[in-house]
Design a protein around this ligand. Structure first.
Ligand code: AMP
Ligand code: MG
Length: 352
């Protein structure tokens, strides 16, 4: 298949520029497009043949459900059954934005989109290209991240091309995304909602609107526990994995840096290639290896934006190991550490 790519300036485009992509969606094709979180791979979510193409292109397991993207909150009337009051309150407060809500699904939503579940995940993205594209297509757009299943999520159109060129109809290149981590997912089907995936919208932002919420057990443990099954089916899969072996070093910063320098020296002497994830604050302290800056500790947003890209860059460099410092657990830090731990397969070295 020939994949068509068009470049669109998110701040200055004609709606007409999106027409061909919108028609592709309407006619059952696959279109990758930018959102504020990561790039999404869209298809008509009510057309089983179309959503099955998403699974094929990504190599995604068929029990891993898709998020439906909408441009109008009234879509809830069509896609859900008895949406909870708390769910609607959250939608009104945070949509459009990086929050996905799980509701009971209506009859018309096919099981091929929900991975066989009776529930449906819905989000209204806050990105001008995503918004106009969904509106113009006239369909409810099922869209997981536009990467090969298991690889780091795409934060630039180049990442989508690396994974899906030749496998999908269309890519809209709208430049780099804003946030760089996938949406927060909250299950609002119970009286007390549960956070299934941490993201830019934090627990305290949610609790400010609807009161106490639970956090899925699987998110709380820092090590992999086979006895705790994640409630978002997708969270159980190996995720975001770079090709090199990623290891997180935790502890007092000076000691962490000392340990990373020591192990890097040893691996290089064995003839191996080592990548190091550093921050603006620590870059000067590393001695050797392929050292890259992820962002600044003064602004967690920069770390979130840089995470998936740096993992892909190390893949391109062909490193055998990637050593990284760890990040705080507050606010966005929780989402950053969630992705980093999964990418590392929970390999953490505690430096004493
Ligand atoms: P992605 O779009 O690639 O970020 O993946 C979508 C995420 O949403 C996966 O982790 C899914 O398991 C989760 N998800 C989608 N639908 C549901 C649902 N009905 N219930 C729970 N989790 C869901
Ligand atoms: Mg994904």
């Amino acid at each position: 298949m020939n994949t068509k790519t068009i470049k669109i300036d998110r701040n200055n485009f004609n709606i007409e520029d999106l027409k061909e992509a919108a028609m592709t969606l309407k006619n059952g094709g696959l279109v990758a497009f930018p959102t504020e979180t990561v790039y999404g791979l869209g298809a008509d979510g009510l057309n089983p043949q179309a959503s099955e193409k998403i699974y094929a292109a990504k190599g995604r397991p068929s029990d891993n459900p898709l998020i439906i993207h909408i441009a109008d909150i009234n879509a809830l009337d069509v896609l859900t059954k008895n949406p909870s009051k708390k769910g609607i309150q959250l939608a009104k407060k945070f949509w459009p934005g990086p929050l996905t809500l799980i509701f009971d699904k209506s009859e018309i939503v096919p099981y091929s989109t929900t991975g066989g579940l009776e529930t449906i995940a819905i989000r209204m993205p806050n990105h001008p290209i995503a918004y106009e594209l969904i509106k113009m297509s006239g369909v409810y757009v099922a869209a997981p991240s536009a990467n090969t299943s298991g690889r780091p999520s795409p934060t630039k159109a180049e990442h989508v091309m690396d994974d899906l060129d030749g496998k999908i109809d269309y890519i809209i290149d709208g430049g780099k995304v804003d946030i760089g981590l996938e949406s927060t997912i909250v299950d609002v089907t119970d009286d007390i909602p549960t956070i299934l995936r941490p993201g830019y919208i934090t627990r305290s932002m949610i609790e400010d609107v609807i009161g106490p919420v639970n956090v899925d057990q699987a998110l709380l443990s820092k090590s992999y526990n086979p006895n705790i099954v994640a409630k978002a089916p997708g969270m159980k899969y190996k995720h975001y994995a770079p090709k090199g072996e990623l290891i997180i070093f935790e502890g007092e910063m000076d000691r962490v840096i000392g340990k990373i320098n020591e192990i890097t020296k040893q691996k290089i002497s064995e003839g191996l290639k080592v990548g190091i994830i550093a921050t603006d604050e620590t870059i000067g302290a590393y001695k050797e290896g392929d050292i890259k800056i992820i962002g600044t500790r003064k602004d967690e947003d920069t770390i979130a934006r840089g995470l998936f890209e740096i993992l892909r860059d190390f893949d391109n460099d062909g490193v055998d190991y990637i050593f990284t410092e760890s990040f705080g657990d507050n606010k966005l830090g929780q989402a950053i550490m969630n992705r980093l731990l999964k990418a590392a397969g929970y390999r953490v070295v505690k430096v004493l």
